[in-house]
Design a protein around this ligand. Structure first.
Ligand SMILES: NC(=O)c1ccc[n+]([C@@H]2O[C@H](COP(=O)([O-])OP(=O)(O)OC[C@H]3O[C@@H](n4cnc5c(N)ncnc54)[C@H](OP(=O)(O)O)[C@@H]3O)[C@@H](O)[C@H]2O)c1
Length: 293
């Protein structure tokens, strides 16, 4: 039976990136819908669950994407609400690649930090942490027991993102203002782990802010477009130690992100009741890294 993926995207144009990865992951056919709002979801989900018998429903799955993470969360909630009894299909949420990218970055950083993967009580700074990737990374770190600080150029945007993280993940999260790269050194002061989650092509952390900084163990950047987000960290850096700090660049993180994303698509078709969101996507990443390559 053909594996059908229903792509529900909150943005006007459904993401081509997500569609390509869906085909590379396992889908035989991707049915893409853009500009999806909550009110649209129930009937689209009914189209999935009423067409194939319960034992064949694992051959249909749903992928939720789009630029807006909060909108994606609402679509996921609406999809789950439309399921009943055995009439469910597996669903994955990855608005703007946020979950898979954050999972990949956090997995590499946690593994590289001292403490054998235990980040409880460690100070984690997420620079420009108010976007989809930053919010998800902050949530994963907070859930793991870290003391998380997210930065924003605007105090109110920082507080809003902090509230989103706390509501969804709990833990300990603060927001601080970082207007531009000139303020980065002050923001880095107590950080043990630093992740730049800022937009493409914006350098937010100059080298003097992080190099040889006492207590700083790991620095990572998800911006692959020059100028890179953390000056001195190259896109291919994959755990190399520079100036006393272990470094991860955007392509090293991106390679793991792609593996995780494809593996998640394949998992969707193994059963009909899987919900892949930040924590469950992190479980998939852990299983992948435990397997011999
Ligand atoms: N490596 C990979 O595999 C991969 C995959 C997906 C995405 N990415 C990258 O991950 C990064 C984060 O993605 P995203 O969608 O979460 O980010 P985003 O929403 O585009 O940006 C994150 C935050 O950056 C701040 N910002 C925006 N413009 C800025 C500017 N000119 N100067 C300083 N700060 C600015 C904004 O925060 P405030 O307004 O609150 O300051 C925004 O909320 C991007 O660089 C993206 O390209 C990488």
């Amino acid at each position: 039976m053909r594996k059908l993926l229903l792509q529900l995207d909150s943005s006007r144009l459904p993401s081509v990136f997500d569609r390509v990865v869906a085909y590379d992951g396992a889908a035989d056919e991707v049915m893409s819908y853009g500009g999806i709002a909550e009110a649209d979801v129930r009937d689209l989900i009914h189209g999935c669950i009423f067409t194939r018998g319960p034992k064949d429903l694992k051959h249909t799955a749903v992928f939720i994407g789009g630029a807006d993470m909060t909108a994606g969360e609402r679509l996921l909630a609406a999809a789950k609400q439309a399921f009943f009894g055995p009439f469910t299909v597996s669903v994955m949420l990855d608005s703007n690649g946020s979950n898979t990218t954050a999972v990949a970055a956090v997995a590499k950083m946690v593994q590289a930090a001292g403490g054998g993967g235990d980040v409880r009580g460690k100070h984690v700074l997420i620079v420009a942490g108010t976007g989809p990737v930053g919010v998800r990374a902050a949530g994963l770190f907070a859930k793991a027991g870290a003391e998380v600080v997210i930065t924003s150029r605007k105090a109110d945007a920082g507080e809003r993102a902090r509230d989103l993280v706390l509501k969804r993940f709990g833990g300990r999260v603060r927001a601080i203002t970082l207007r531009d790269a000139s303020e980065a050194a002050r923001a880095c002061e107590h950080a043990a782990l630093l992740l730049n989650a800022g937009p493409a092509g914006v350098m937010l952390v100059p080298q003097q802010a992080w190099a040889n900084r006492p207590g700083l163990e790991v620095v990572a950047d998800v911006n692959a477009v020059p100028p890179l987000g953390v000056d001195g960290v190259d896109v291919m850096d994959d755990g190399v130690v520079k100036h006393g700090v272990r470094c991860f660049g955007a392509l090293a993180i991106g390679n793991l992100k792609m593996k995780v994303h494809k593996a998640c698509i394949a998992r969707l078709f193994e059963r009909n009741d899987l919900v892949l969101d930040a924590e469950t996507i992190a479980d998939v990443a852990r299983e992948l890294s435990a397997k011999p390559q």
